[in-house]
Design a protein around this ligand. Structure first.
Ligand code: ADP
Ligand code: MG
Length: 479
């Protein structure tokens, strides 16, 4: 029998606000344990939560960026469970009436068609604290509680079970991360837990409309990890069913070292969270006026920017995709392209040499010391033939080392490309005279020696010869 996978995701995004969702202590990551707490966070009796307005603004932005309907009226609910890192005994979340609903994101399905992944809801909630099971404490039979993370604002983005393959999930998560970074509401780092993904997965015979029993996968700390965990789990379920076993509804933890999923707990069929509206919090109201001003503050989003780069700068789709992956890189490109003579050559440089330098130095484009205008100046010197492509790379290294402008480096070092035909001709003659054997074979039709001879000419001129002219002259020699 042929099976298909059915997957739905719950993604938690930590919002990068200064203070917590319902109180004034810092929402910043890290610090000494329990240094970022206050009476609301530790659940003292008699204190009242007060909603941080920025949190709502960020959630609305995310909703708008994912085509959701934004609720004019939404409410908070208490979700009850007992866990040591949850001092109040309930988490403030949203249940009925979330802030955003009915959105979607498109991915490319395996068959090449666009597939709409429906977003059921985006709701607001507070994060819980952390139980620290460090070895030294476990040995003493102790667990420490750190409440720095308690009360950090989260949005949870829940999809319908619309994915049919792990690679669609990979694309979706990449887009979500890209959007939260463009919106500057979260750094999107899964390895640090600022973005977390629970993946629900089931299988069913192709053609069967009913959903199968799902398992829930947790503990993946990269987008690739989510993809791998799903690949593993889908195969596990298919083999289990082939062996006549039935799938048990349970939560599984991904073990990235062993590449397997491990049972964490059997999920009780009916969770009883005893949800009810939080009587301490008033409804969240988003007026049309506020909503419009948030809409106006939205940056151009990745998809729109990619399409504009293709239309405005005539970039191929591949270039536009790579260049708009990160907002900072897109900003850099756009500034450089507006002063350079050729946007396509600009994107070649950014995807090539600049990216290589960033990777080698493990830095981001914002830490790159050559400003966009400086790169554009260099590109223009290459584009108009003043210097060769090869010398251009050398000049870029020199700009990085000295901070001087491309123009100045080229002048000071006499790097201007030799385009004078008679000067090149004498260089060519010199090289042919010192390589008579190769020249003879070249004349006999061994065209692959062209590259060798041009290389020698470049060498003789320290890379300054215009290679196009050198090529032409060489060709003439065998006519
Ligand atoms: P739960 O009651 O376990 O929280 P929900 O119905 O709220 O389950 O769904 C949680 C997530 O699981 C959603 O993203 C949803 O799309 C997904 N999901 C629900 N049923 C299935 C299924 N049978 N197979 C795969 N994913 C599912
Ligand atoms: Mg649920």
């Amino acid at each position: 029998m042929k099976y298909e996978a059915v997957i739905g995701l719950e993604v938690h995004v930590q919002l990068k606000t200064q203070s917590k969702i319902f109180s004034a202590s810092s929402a910043e990551f890290g610090g000494d344990a329990n240094s970022k707490v206050d009476p609301v966070v530790i659940g003292m009796p008699g204190v009242l939560p007060v909603l941080n307005k920025k949190v709502v603004e960020y959630a609305v932005k995310m909703g708008m960026a994912t085509n959701c309907t934004i609720a004019r009226h939404s409410i908070f609910a208490r979700k009850h469970y007992f866990y040591p890192d949850l001092p109040k005994g309930y988490q403030i979340s949203q249940f009925e009436e979330p802030i955003c609903e009915h959105g979607f994101i498109e991915v490319n399905a395996d068959d090449g068609e666009a597939r709409k992944i429906n977003i059921e809801r985006i709701h607001l909630e507070e994060d819980a604290g952390k139980s620290v099971h460090a070895e030294e404490y476990v040995a003493k039979n102790e667990t420490l509680i750190d409440l720095n993370r308690a009360g950090v604002p989260l949005i949870e983005i829940v999809t319908e079970p619309d994915f049919r393959s792990p690679q669609e999930v990979y694309q979706y998560l990449t887009k979500i991360r890209q959007i939260v970074r463009y919106l500057e509401i979260c750094d999107g780092n899964m390895d640090e837990g600022s973005m977390r993904c629970d993946a629900n997965v089931s299988i069913r015979p192709v053609g069967q409309p009913e959903l199968g029993t799902k398992t829930e996968l947790k503990n993946m700390n990269s987008i690739r990890g989510v993809e791998r965990a799903l690949e593993y789990e889908i195969q596990r379920q298919i083999s289990a069913v082939a062996d006549g076993e039935s799938i048990e509804q349970q939560t599984l933890l991904w073990n990235a070292n062993k590449n397997i999923t491990v049972a964490m707990r059997s999920k009780e069929y009916a969770h009883d969270y005893r949800y009810f509206p939080d009587p301490d919090l008033v409804p969240v109201l988003v007026s049309d006026e506020w909503r419009n001003s948030i809409a106006e503050s939205l940056p151009e989003l990745p998809e729109a920017r990619k399409n504009r780069f293709m239309a405005e700068f005539k970039l191929p789709e591949y270039d536009a995709t790579v260049i708009t992956e990160e907002k900072e890189l897109a900003d850099y490109f756009e500034k450089a392209a507006l002063t350079s003579k050729d946007p396509k050559i600009t994107s070649n440089w950014i995807m090539g040499d600049v990216s290589r330098i960033l990777n080698d130095g493990k830095i981001t484009i914002s830490e790159f010391s050559v400003p966009p205008k400086g790169l554009a100046e260099l590109i223009n010197l290459v584009a108009d033939g003043t210097i060769s492509q090869k010398i251009g790379k050398q000049v870029l290294d020199e700009i990085l080392a000295t901070g001087a402008s491309a123009q100045k480096i080229v002048e000071d070092k006499g790097l201007v490309q030799i385009s004078d035909v008679s000067a090149i001709e004498s260089l060519v003659d010199g090289v042919l005279a010192t390589h008579p054997d190769e020249f003879a074979r070249f004349k006999n039709g061994e065209m692959k020696l062209m590259g060798f001879l041009v290389g020698q000419i470049m060498r003789a001129s320290k890379g300054k010869v215009n290679p196009k002219i050198a090529n032409e002259i060489l060709r003439k020699k065998i006519e």
